[in-house]
Design a protein around this ligand. Structure first.
Ligand SMILES: *Cc1c(COP(=O)(O)O)cnc(C)c1O
Length: 424
């Protein structure tokens, strides 16, 4: 065990990680990065095939993004958005406006995806009370859903991941089936129509349930959901924290699903993976219900200290420019097709593999259940110089959106070797 791991174990508490076994599970202690590679304290290089838990989009140490942060540092790092504004935040909101699938959008910034979801839930609740309607207080969410780890976002999530201990704290919600149930959206739409007078909002991950293990549903199945919301007034909240910013091949997955949400949560890739930034996007109609006299009860009394951090906004603004300039979405779609055929040829035939699910550059390789197999495969991939992290029996492949064919080959090589080693 190197000294850094011991020092880490002694003082840093890692999320979703049992600290008693942390050090023996071969953690990589990153010191720096170059492009698609992370470099550890001993100089070993690892291809970052999980985009640092799904946040990095264009790669690490992108010259233009680095410069955007440095440039903003020369102006101001942070100033509060509570009652005041910041120039670069305004510019970011304006740049996002024509890109988000939300009508006449307003942006309530925060730092984490969970906070963006939490804000959306509170806005949906108050949207109704501001209209004098006190009965529409419930939410509909899906089986397998993951929306973050704060109590509200945990409540609309479907649980699991060892979080059962918090079940008594989760508020009850209506639950539609997981995306892999062919009836999921029909059931959801019926629940919305039958119980609209109890419902404030529906929360859904468009196209892909990420943390469920990259569980996908056909885009056209989402239409009934949008229609049921439009007909009943139940607000539609799309959680695009994982799917947003090109991950599924379009800038937002809602576009493919034909959904126009009333509220949308964005995070993860918004800053290219550089700085903690998220936002709740509200339609102009939703935002209008909060207007009233100064200091009146219709105000949204919610906000975080680092809301609209200027450094994060500056890098997010430059990131949007680069996505367009570099034709990133074209690369995502082309690499996705390549990855699909590589996986079909080399991974699907392996006896340990149960199913492969791919949408854009979001991929889950599900193994037949076995003794911590997902974990073991990812550990073996480290020896091949590829950093992976599983979701149970699902090995997640989430490469940077700018990878080339050669990087996909390295990832698939490592995956094949590792699966054969763990489950020959
Ligand atoms: C990761 C994720 C979240 C939570 O975002 P954090 O930044 O980790 O709080 C919420 N929703 C979805 C769909 C996610 O994938």
């Amino acid at each position: 065990m190197n000294d850094w791991i011991a020092r880490d174990e002694a003082r840093v508490w890692h999320g979703f990680t049992q600290m008693a076994s942390y050090a023996t599970n071969r953690p990589v202690i990153v010191e720096r990065a170059e492009g698609h590679y992370l470099i550890d304290v001993e100089g070993n290089r690892y291809l970052d095939a999980i985009s640092s838990l799904w946040v990095t989009t264009l790669g690490h140490r992108v010259t233009e993004l680095d410069a955007a942060v440095v440039d903003q540092l020369g102006k101001v790092a942070h100033s509060t958005l509570l009652g005041n504004g910041n120039r670069v935040v305004i510019e970011l909101a304006e740049a996002l406006t024509p890109l988000v699938p939300v009508d006449d959008p307003r942006f309530l910034f925060a730092s984490d995806g969970a906070a963006a979801v939490e804000q959306a839930l509170k806005i949906a609740f108050q949207y109704w009370t501001n209209q004098g309607i006190s009965t529409r207080t419930s939410y509909l969410a899906f089986g397998g859903a993951y929306h973050g780890d704060t109590i509200g976002s945990l409540s609309v999530g479907s649980g699991g991941f060892g979080t059962d201990v918090f079940d008594p704290l989760r508020f009850p919600v209506m639950r539609a089936p997981r995306f892999d149930d062919p009836e999921a959206f029909v059931v959801a739409a019926k629940l919305i129509r039958d119980r609209a007078d109890e419902l404030a909002a529906v929360v859904v991950e468009p196209l892909v349930q990420g943390a469920a293990g990259i569980v996908t549903a056909p885009a056209e199945e989402f239409a009934v959901l949008g229609e049921a919301c439009a007909d009943t007034g139940v607000l539609l909240i799309c959680d695009e924290v994982a799917t947003g910013f090109g991950r599924t091949g379009t800038l937002f997955a809602s576009e493919q699903c034909g959904l126009q949400p009333d509220l949308m949560a964005i995070g993860k890739g918004i800053s290219g993976g550089y700085l903690p930034l998220s936002a709740t996007v509200a339609s102009g109609d939703v935002a209008a219900r909060f207007l009233g006299d100064d200091l009146s009860a219709t105000t949204l009394y919610h906000g975080h200290s680092y809301q609209g951090n200027a450094l994060a906004a500056a890098v997010a603004l430059k990131h949007l420019e680069l996505i367009a300039e570099w034709d990133v979405l074209v690369n995502v779609r082309a690499r996705s097709e390549e990855l699909r055929s590589m996986l079909a040829e080399r991974i699907e035939p392996l006896s340990a593999v149960k199913e492969i699910r791919l949408q854009g550059l979001m991929c889950g390789v599900e193994l037949h259940p076995g003794d911590k197999r997902g974990r073991k495969v990812c550990a073996a991939a480290l020896d091949c110089g590829v950093l992976l992290r599983p979701l149970g029996d699902v090995v997640v492949l989430m490469p940077h959106l700018t990878v080339g064919t050669e990087h996909l080959e390295i990832i698939v090589d490592a995956l094949e070797t590792s699966i054969l080693e763990v489950a020959p």
